[in-house]
Ligand binder design. Structure first.
Ligand code: ZN
Length: 193
């Protein structure tokens, strides 16, 4: 068994032993809100936003971007499970700022193996084959965090499946301090009406 698999299953046995009465939690989130945020390993939404099991929906992807699939989850979150406020939370020092579509397409075009980065940029280990499929993916990279939060909040706000009475708040999590910093233009763009 891999070390990681062993560790995860062991941790889960401890979790089960302390599970308490969480088996009686209701399916809809008790605090009626949802968070869209980055998958970055340094971010723990349960901790930075004070969540317990059953409290809220947390939707994560690379960058915390408002992709079609993130919006699919948000629409389900409201339409079927009753959330009433949404947060878009990107963060400082996001890996999505470190490449472009062109770089990702070139890297995957030459090799599927893990690439490395140094002060000269990204490098493949040159072990092929790669794939041209990367050309057909919009990788939703980020040039500047405030702009990406505003863009995503605006996209969600204007989406035809999102009703106008859900406020959408825009924030940046600072990985150096743990603080959530508002992007006022985004929160303004996401206000309910
Ligand atoms: Zn990130």
């Amino acid at each position: 068994m891999s070390k990681i698999l062993n560790e995860v299953l062991s941790a889960n046995r401890d979790y089960v032993n302390n599970f308490g009465d969480k088996g009686s939690l209701a399916l809809p989130p008790a605090r009626h809100f949802a968070v869209l945020t980055c998958m970055d390993a340094r971010l723990d939404p349960a901790k930075y936003a004070g969540l317990s099991e059953g409290d809220a929906h947390v939707i994560r992807n690379a960058g915390g971007r408002a992709s079609d699939d993130a919006i699919r989850s948000l629409v389900i979150s409201y339409k079927l499970l009753g959330t009433k406020e949404w947060f878009v939370i990107h963060h400082t020092n996001c890996g999505m700022e470190l490449f472009t579509d062109e770089i990702m397409r070139d890297l995957l075009g030459s090799s599927l193996k893990t690439a490395s980065i140094d002060d000269k940029g990204w490098h493949d280990c040159c072990e092929g084959p790669g794939s041209a499929e990367a050309k057909y993916v919009d990788w939703l990279t980020i040039k500047e965090q405030e702009a990406s939060v505003l863009e995503d909040v605006t996209r969600i706000r204007n989406h035809p499946l999102v009703p106008s009475d859900i406020p959408v708040y825009g924030y940046i999590y600072d990985v150096a301090t743990g603080r959530l910093v508002e992007v006022p233009a985004a929160t303004q763009a996401g206000r309910a009406s």
